[in-house]
Design a protein around this ligand. Structure first.
Ligand SMILES: Cc1cc2nc3c(=O)[nH]c(=O)nc-3n(C[C@H](O)[C@H](O)[C@H](O)COP(=O)(O)OP(=O)(O)OC[C@H]3O[C@@H](n4cnc5c(N)ncnc54)[C@H](O)[C@@H]3O)c2cc1C
Length: 190
């Protein structure tokens, strides 16, 4: 399978990123094991737009439907290896291999894809539990020093709240689309 954009991790940040790249007609696939940290939260009261709160599971379900609406593909499998060969990213699960021109790592608790790409990893000091890592020194749009490789979500060094992960995921998507177009991307609905 060959795609424009492969996203490892379909939690808050990965799905938000997928919405933006898929809407811009970049062939986008999200690989996900369904273990977003937000999923078990019975009621989230701090996500703007849901004034009476929303369960983490329902929020993720709505984000999946929104990405699906713009034809993002979703594969519910664990990514076991990522590599870059000849300018193309290879994303492997036990059942499939995907080639992608852009790779977004949004796997939060799982830092293996960062290690596969030899990115430096340290504890994210903005998340008090100490369980979340980050790639130090990334810009807001998650661009790394490796061409076409981006990091989204808490792994990009964000504070803990999900709306921030969603916003940064969108910024990653916008950055990829802007790079493709060669000018700043704008999505304005009528
Ligand atoms: C107990 C708790 C309560 C919280 N409560 C709130 C709250 O009330 N409000 C709030 O705003 N935030 C809350 N948060 C924080 C919120 O969960 C995070 O901000 C948000 O989930 C971060 O988004 P993310 O996309 O970076 O990671 P996640 O949403 O965790 O998504 C990462 C995704 O990557 C997938 N993945 C990982 N490795 C792989 C792999 N190798 N292959 C394929 N897929 C993979 C996982 O299955 C997961 O779906 C809470 C967190 C915790 C721990």
């Amino acid at each position: 399978m060959k795609v424009d954009v492969a996203i490892v991790g379909g939690g808050i940040a990965g799905l938000s990123c997928a919405l933006y790249t898929a809407q811009a007609e970049l062939n986008t696939v999200v690989l996900d094991t369904g273990k977003s940290q937000l999923k078990p939260i019975s009621m989230v009261y701090n996500y703007p737009g849901f004034d009476e709160g929303i369960s983490g599971e329902e929020l993720l379900s709505k984000m999946k439907k929104q990405a699906d609406r713009f034809n993002a593909s979703r594969i519910e499998e664990e990514v076991v290896k990522v590599e870059k060969e000849g300018g193309v990213f290879k994303v492997r699960t036990d059942n499939s291999e995907i080639e992608a021109r852009y790779l977004v790592i949004a796997s939060n608790l799982d830092t293996r894809p960062l290690e596969d790409m030899n990115l430096p990893v340290e504890v994210n000091p903005l998340v008090p539990s100490g369980k979340i890592k980050q790639v130090p020194g990334l810009p807001w749009n998650g661009a790394t020093e490796i061409e076409n490789l981006y990091v989204a979500g808490l792994l990009a060094g964000l504070p803990t709240q999900s709306i921030i992960a969603a916003g940064q995921g969108a910024a990653v998507g916008m950055a990829i689309v802007s790079k493709e177009k060669g000018k700043p991307h704008v999505w304005h609905d009528k």
